[in-house]
Design a protein around this ligand. Structure first.
Ligand SMILES: [Zn+2]
Length: 477
């Protein structure tokens, strides 16, 4: 077979890849390696990489170590793919510190990958070195990376107890309480950044709380009343509404940032000033619609038809609407029917920006300028925006809260002969929250179909059972 092939080198590589693809026995892959060495007295990087993939996938740690020696001896450096595979494999074994070295070497030449960090952190935790695990965790987050949920899961699950930690410790002191404080910090971080844990992670969090010595935490899976009361413990969830002070604070920060230098990378100051002048001359809006974003809610029909359906419903409700669009929508095309466009302009105020402008700054400006009541329609999460402009946890939390409270979400799909419905916004906030001896954590149910801008429906309720639960700190207006 090989003689029939025009390129023997390529043949070997392809053969190894298909062995990997069809999950062939590792012995066959090994004999291919031996055959190649005997015949050519050399092994290519690609061939070893394919073999390595097969070894890592099958969990053959000894063979991985052998390939590591071989590759280090033959090649001056390893590229990211091989390095990541070694990290994955070594992290699970006694050689996890070598995974740490490989990670540091990757970081010298390229950007760190949260996936690689996750593996090494896991290795450190499993081998009882929580100091290294947290140092890596800090390194990862300080560089602005979001940790993977697996990383959090590993940290909450913890590893074997470290020497000197066993039994002797008083509650509230020493490395164990430091560890607790760090893990609670992860929950606070989820709160600030609107992160919802997945079901597996939330189960691990429940187990962690329940296993805290001498604290008697109990975790349950409640439903929440429409008024935001936990049916398990009676805790009243925080209101979704920002207070007047919070609103003002978040408005000031966002307004200053969106008019800063960065926004003009995609928008000219002239265009933005023209927009500000336009907004000034209009009444306060009730709803700001991101036209292009709404147009893509459905793939059926013309885009202009979708926007028209949404705008018509808002007009029927008596709302003062601003539609933000792009100039190209005003040119006749298959997607943009000009009859629809003129109806939209009769029903709503419209502003069309240059085709490359960044929409979220316009949307934020118009909505915040209009006031606390103003809602918006866009499924854009603006996470990049938040990351770039809002560096501290507090202002991020307020921004996300404002988003959750003011975002209109179309319920179901938009069809030609059906009127458009919007989902109702709950009175309570869907975010990690804590009270006296309670934590309430909303989480992603794997069975639940949810678009990125909808909030999850399921909660974990944690209460300390040896104390009376204090009910109802927050009162809804
Ligand atoms: Zn509860």
């Amino acid at each position: 077979m090989k003689e029939a092939s025009s390129d023997p080198q390529c043949f070997n590589d392809q053969m190894m890849s298909s062995l990997f693809k069809y999950r062939a026995d590792l012995d066959i892959a090994k004999s291919l390696l031996t055959f190649v060495v005997n015949e050519t007295d050399t092994l290519s990087y690609e061939l070893l990489l394919s073999y390595l993939k097969a070894c890592v996938k099958g969990g053959h740690d000894t063979e991985v170590s052998d390939v590591y020696e071989m590759m280090c001896a033959r090649f001056p450096s390893l590229e990211t793919a091989a390095s990541s595979l070694f990290i994955k494999s070594f992290s699970k074994t006694e050689r996890w510190r070598e995974a740490l070295n490989i990670l540091q070497n990757i970081n010298k030449v390229s950007l760190p990958s949260p996936r690689n960090y996750s593996k090494v952190i896991s290795g450190a935790v499993m081998h009882g070195d929580s100091a290294t695990a947290w140092a890596l965790y800090d390194e990862l987050t300080d560089m602005g990376n979001d940790p993977h949920q697996d990383t959090w899961e590993v940290l909450f699950r913890g590893g074997p107890r470290e020497a000197g930690q066993e039994g002797s410790e008083q509650p509230g002191s020493g490395p164990q309480s430091e560890q607790q404080e760090r893990l609670l910090g992860i929950l606070r971080n989820m709160r600030d950044n609107q992160v919802y844990p997945q079901q597996r992670l939330v189960s691990t969090i429940k187990t962690w709380f329940e296993s805290l010595p001498g604290q008697k935490w109990k975790g349950r899976w409640p439903t929440i009343t429409t008024k935001g009361v936990c049916r398990c413990c009676g805790f009243v969830l925080e209101s979704i509404q920002l207070t007047t002070e919070e609103y003002q604070q978040q408005k000031d920060v966002v307004m200053t940032n969106i008019q800063g230098k960065d926004v003009f990378k995609k928008t000219t100051p002239e265009e933005f000033n023209r927009f500000k002048e336009f907004v000034k001359q209009k009444p306060a809006f009730n709803v700001v619609v991101d036209g292009l974003n709404v147009a893509n809610i459905t793939t059926k029909g013309k885009q202009s038809e979708t926007v028209l359906a949404v705008v018509s419903e808002l007009e029927r409700q008596g709302q003062v609407v601003l539609v933000l669009g792009r100039e190209h929508m005003l040119e006749p095309s298959r997607s943009w029917d000009q009859h629809h466009m003129s109806l939209i302009q009769q029903k709503a105020h419209c502003f069309f920006t240059d085709n490359v402008s960044e929409d979220s700054s316009f949307l934020l400006y118009a909505a915040l300028h209009s006031g606390k009541h103003c809602r918006f329609l866009s499924s854009a999460l603006m996470r990049d925006h938040v990351k770039a402009y809002l560096p501290d946890g507090g202002s991020r939390r307020l921004f996300f809260k404002w988003q959750r409270g003011q975002r209109l979400v179309v319920d179901g799909c938009i069809a030609a002969n059906r009127s458009v419905c919007f989902q109702s916004i709950p009175v309570y906030d869907t975010i990690v929250q804590s009270g006296d001896n309670t934590w309430h954590i909303p989480f992603e149910d794997s069975d639940e179909e949810r678009t990125s801008c909808e909030v999850p429906q399921r909660w974990l309720c944690l209460t300390k059972t040896n104390k009376t639960v204090h009910v109802g700190r927050t009162v809804h207006s």
